[in-house]
Design a binder for this molecule. Structure first.
Ligand code: A2P
Length: 266
């Protein structure tokens, strides 16, 4: 709507928040946390537009909240694109810096966009895992599903560190530790570096390797639900795969058996 209108440092429709933590995982991936405005509410899995204040005309990009809706801070996961207009600067932030955030969160990777079911599959590549890092920390996810299977495919092993550490830590979480220990499974794969499980998740599902390795049954549209977050190509391929099992795409206004969202790409 007003994305292209020049802005003074912090116009009324934009929050100016403080960076509280930054962690770099690889030369392509980092995460950061910012303070949360008291009035900012979102549903786990949604995204918001964020920007940097010092650009002559702030550029905004869509970023999924990786933190759950109850968290007192907001966490984001970002790629670093060499020469990238936005991430070239964003990757330099340190605690104390200011990050701008638009007021209205939105998105389709929300529990409300899915019909009730037994299993929830969360398929991601790279930073596409961010909305799922939020959802696996939301108690509602475990109230609605008996099993939650989070899948992330990355190029390199080090890119899996963020989600692996997060899931490991969840087991001791006072709020959702018990539910997560009982219901959450993480299945990670790589495509460009040696790892016990290799291959794109789409290929692994098509070949049946995914079902053999996890011991899970073939997808069943009467009880399985899925969310997908990755690049345009990954979404396209994943949709084809899920639809071959009879799953149907849903949206906020029309819940169905799977939903998709494009991960931030640069
Ligand atoms: P690959 O190494 O075979 O391209 P990126 O870092 O480029 O966003 O990719 C993240 C991960 O997503 C990589 O492991 C990549 O595999 C994988 N990937 C890329 N395209 C697709 C696709 N169409 N379907 C499934 N996975 C994909």
């Amino acid at each position: 709507e007003d994305a292209d209108r020049p802005k003074s440092p912090a116009p009324a429709d934009i929050f100016a928040q403080t960076v509280t933590a930054v962690k770099h995982y690889t030369d392509r991936l980092f995460h950061f946390r910012i303070t949360r405005p008291a009035s900012f509410r979102f549903r786990s899995g949604e995204f918001v537009m964020i920007g940097l204040p010092n650009a002559p005309k702030p550029i905004f990009r869509a970023y999924s909240m990786a933190s759950p809706s109850w968290d007192e801070e907001i966490e984001f996961l970002s790629i670093k694109v060499r020469g990238g207009q936005f991430t070239e600067n964003l990757q330099k932030i340190i605690p104390g810096d200011t990050v701008l955030m638009r007021r209205k969160p939105t998105g389709t990777l929300v529990l409300d966009a899915l019909l009730p079911g037994k299993r929830l599959y969360l398929f991601s590549t790279g930073t596409g895992v961010a909305p799922f890092a939020s959802l696996i920390r939301d108690p509602d996810t475990y109230e609605k599903f008996e099993e939650v299977i989070l899948v992330q495919t990355c190029r390199e092993v080090a890119e899996l560190t963020y989600i692996t550490e997060l899931v490991d830590g969840l087991k001791n979480d006072p709020l959702i530790g018990e539910a997560a220990s009982e219901k959450l499974r993480l299945h990670t794969t790589t495509t460009r570096e040696a790892f016990p499980r290799m291959g794109r998740v789409t290929d692994l599902i098509r070949s049946g390797v995914f079902f053999r390795e996890t011991g899970l049954p073939l997808f069943d549209p009467t009880q399985d639900r899925a969310m997908i977050c990755g690049s345009m190509e990954m979404l396209k391929d994943s949709k084809t795969v899920l639809e071959s099992f009879g799953l149907v795409e849903g949206a906020n206004h029309a819940p169905a058996t799977y939903v998709v969202e494009r991960a931030f790409v640069g």
